[in-house]
Design a binder for this molecule. Structure first.
Ligand SMILES: [Zn+2]
Length: 128
């Protein structure tokens, strides 16, 4: 089986036949790749590279499409200036339960990069 046999011309469009599913992907020429990325990224809500690639793979194909998609999404100006969380919102701070006996709960804060003492042998520590 040659590589050429996986491609067809349908209505002046080159299509790539997916062997497993027997479905088709439209082969996008270089001149139309940016327009296709806009349609699958900008026009559908600026999704991340993984979801944009998923959108592309539904119908389209070109060599190095995954890499082009990553580069396009990473350089998208709107995605860079608008930060949107995709995770759940942060919860409210919760108080620890009040201990009944001494030393029932011990906690410590770790602080680094404190200034050195004059002898430079030790770093300052601030008890609280
Ligand atoms: Zn974007």
């Amino acid at each position: 089986m040659s590589i050429i046999s996986n491609y067809n011309i349908d209505n002046n469009t080159i299509v790539r036949v997916k062997e497993k599913s027997k479905s088709f992907e439209v082969v996008i020429p270089k001149t139309m790749r940016e327009q296709t990325l806009i349609a699958c990224h900008d026009d559908v809500g600026h999704m991340d590279a993984k979801k944009t690639l998923h959108n592309l793979k539904q119908r389209y194909w070109w060599p190095n499409m995954r890499k082009d998609c990553k580069v396009y999404v990473r350089s998208c100006h709107k995605c860079q200036v608008v930060t949107h969380r995709t995770a759940n919102a942060y919860g409210l701070l919760q108080q620890f339960p009040i201990p009944i006996t001494p030393w029932e709960i011990v906690s410590a804060d770790h602080v680094i990069c404190l200034p050195h003492t004059k002898s430079r042998k030790h770093q300052h520590a601030c008890p609280h």
